[in-house]
Every structure is written in C-alpha cells, then in structure tokens.
Design a binder for this molecule. Structure first.
Ligand SMILES: NC(=O)c1ccc[n+]([C@@H]2O[C@H](COP(=O)([O-])OP(=O)(O)OC[C@H]3O[C@@H](n4cnc5c(N)ncnc54)[C@H](OP(=O)(O)O)[C@@H]3O)[C@@H](O)[C@H]2O)c1
Length: 327
C-alpha cells in the first residue's frame, strides 16, 4: 500500500523535511502495521535531522521515535496484538512521522481506553523518560532536593510533576521569564531563569549552601558545568540530553575534588530494551496519569505536513509541554 511520510535526503535545517508518498510493504515477521493517529515530536528528532549522533541515520530516511494509533495488520509470529488494537510506542527504527508504518511488535504497548491517542503520543516517550530518570536511573526519595533543567519542556514538565508527587523539592530552570508560570504549575518550588541568573549560585542560595542530591540536565553544553557545581557531596549529575550542544570533556579527577560526585549519561533505549521492564514502566506511567500524579499534558499540535515548522519552533525554544503531529 501507499502512505504519506516525512522524508529527508540530507542532514540540515528543518527545510530538508518534506511529505512524500511512500510504499509500505506488509508487516514482516515479528512486526505490526500501524495507522498513526498521533505522533510525538521529540528533541531527539532534531539531532537525527542534523546528523549529530555518533551513528547518524542512513539517508534518504524518515524520522520519529514515538507514536500512537491502531494496528491494521500483524506479521508472521506476532502474538498478543490484533488488527484494531490501540497501541503507542517508543523506539524502533525512526519513522514515526508517517500516516502508517511497520514496527517491531516488541515496541508496541496497548493503551488503556481512558487515554486518548493525542495524549498517548504526547506522553509515551517523554513520560517513560521521566519514569526511568527519577525511579530507576536514580531513585529519588521524599525530601531530596533536585534540579531539573528545561522545566517547562516536554520531559521537564512530566519529570517535575512526578518529582513533586514523590515529595522532592524541585528547583527548575527555564530559558526565559515567559516559561516561569509553566514551571511553577509543573510543581517547581523554585524557578531559575537561565537568561538572567547564575544557576549554581542560585541553587546554593536556595539550598542554604548544601546543593542538590540530583541534577537532571538535558541542556548540555550551556548548563553542564553549573549542574556539577550545584550538587551536594555524593550527588549525581544525570546528563541525558544536549539541546544546547555537546557536553565538553570532563576530567574524572574533578569529581573527587567537587565532592565524590557521580555522573551518568543514560538513554531510554537501555532502560526499555527489556520487554518486561518496558511494560512495567508503561504501567507505572499509565497509573501516574490515572491517579492524578500527572496532569493531562499541555499539548501543541501541528499537521504532519508541518513537521519542519514544528521542529523549528522546538529548536528555537518556542514550545512548552509536548508537541504532537497529526497525520
Ligand atoms: N537520554 C534520554 O533517554 C532522553 C529521552 C528523551 C529526551 N531526552 C532529551 O531531553 C531533552 C528534552 O527533550 P524534549 O523533547 O522534552 O524537548 P524540550 O525540553 O521540550 O525542548 C528542549 C528545551 O531545552 C531548552 N534549551 C536550553 N537551551 C537550549 C538551546 N540552546 N537550544 C534549544 N533548546 C534549549 C529549552 O527550554 P528553555 O527555553 O526553558 O531553556 C527547550 O524548550 C532533549 O535534550 C532530549 O534529547 C533524552
């Protein structure tokens, strides 16, 4: 069959993205075929478009690591899924920016009836990222002081709400004053505006000199040093993204001098590779959405054909909450 998908044949600015008719073969062994109803946009899609990963995508190619929709066909050997099932997913080969696609069945998660498709696409990647970061990468405890950068962004919005529900004291950063309100609404007890304030100095002031137990840093180049300098002795820096550019090299010996610190560079791929762990994480996310720990996400939608505009808005820090493409 034919479908429409965003394709690109050169790395670069958002203009390299455009909608094309593409042939979609029947699902192969262990695959399902999916008609998307909503596709989540993630900052990782921008890294893929620019070709900045150590192992860039092969071109011409597609983009997108998260979506929701209905199963339309199942390949040989697939059990547990049937046409008509509502599913959402994280991962698989990039290619979610499409009306329909084939996906390894092992990546699909059935979505409870109470969660609509747009919400599922807005939450599954960013929510599962928040889940592993705050429960499994580091197990945040009630009373912990935690620094979260980009506290009004996609992952940040969810992580801050969840951390507050655990009983952590959340210090959020945002790029500009316009995002302060959103960060407060997400549960931050304190908000630092990076455009005008010194992050490490403000964290020391807020914590009466003690520093934070964990710093979640997805901004990278611009914030890494300040994150390290914000930690309490034996604290952990979780460097999980590079929205502002790559993190500079780190002298391991400096971690001793700064207080026996830990640094980790985690990826959702490694925290959801095991099917049982992936499913358990999704159930924990769905439960947090059901019991009010997480409010319905703030979602901005764009037509799939406007993927380039949506990416441009995200890359230039004009978005808050989750962004969803509608096929
Ligand atoms: N390792 C993992 O498993 C994993 C999984 C998912 C996402 N991530 C990472 O988590 C981060 C957040 O992803 P997301 O999709 O939710 O995006 P997002 O947070 O909605 O958007 C990125 C935000 O980063 C902030 N930022 C600071 N400096 C920036 C700069 N120079 N250019 C662009 N943005 C800048 C902006 O917020 P302010 O304007 O408020 O500063 C911007 O809104 C990304 O770095 C992504 O790669 C990692």
């Amino acid at each position: 069959m034919q479908t429409q998908a965003i394709r690109f044949s050169a790395f670069g600015t958002p203009e390299v993205l455009s909608l094309h008719p593409v042939d979609l073969p029947p699902p192969g062994a262990a695959e399902i075929q999916l008609r998307h109803t909503a596709v989540g946009l993630n900052f990782i899609d921008i890294y893929h478009r620019k070709g900045v990963f150590a192992a860039p995508l092969s071109l011409p190619g597609g983009l997108g690591v998260e979506g929701a929709g209905r199963v339309t066909a199942v390949g040989e050997g697939v059990t547990g899924f049937a046409p008509g099932d509502r599913v959402a997913y994280v991962g698989g080969p990039p290619g979610a920016y499409a009306q329909a696609r084939n996906l390894p069945a092992a990546r699909a998660i059935k979505v409870p009836d109470r969660i609509d498709d747009t919400t599922a696409a807005a939450m599954i990647f960013k929510g599962l990222t928040a889940e592993y970061l705050i429960h499994r990468c580091v197990a945040v405890q009630p009373g912990d002081r935690v620094l979260v950068h980009a506290a009004a962004g996609g992952v940040g919005s969810i992580a801050c709400q969840w951390l507050k529900a655990i009983g952590a004291v959340v210090i959020g950063t945002v790029g500009s004053k316009a995002k302060v309100h959103a960060a407060l609404r997400n549960g931050c007890a304190h908000v630092i505006v990076t455009e005008t304030e010194d992050v490490a100095a403000r964290v020391r002031q807020i914590t009466e000199g003690k520093g934070v137990r964990v710093a979640y840093d997805s901004v990278g180049a611009d914030t890494f040093a300040a994150s390290l300098d914000s930690l309490a002795p034996r604290g952990t820096l979780v460097s999980f993204g590079e929205s502002s550019g790559p993190v500079p090299p780190l002298a391991v010996s400096s971690l001793g001098a700064k207080g026996s610190l830990f640094v980790t560079r985690p990826s959702i791929a490694h925290y959801t590779a095991d099917r049982a762990e992936y499913q358990a994480a999704a159930q924990r996310l769905f439960a947090a959405m059901a019991d009010g720990t997480l409010a319905p996400p703030q979602v901005t939608t764009y037509p799939l054909a406007d993927a380039a505009r949506a990416q441009d808005d995200m890359e230039h820090r004009r978005t808050q909450g989750s962004v969803v493409l509608l096929p």
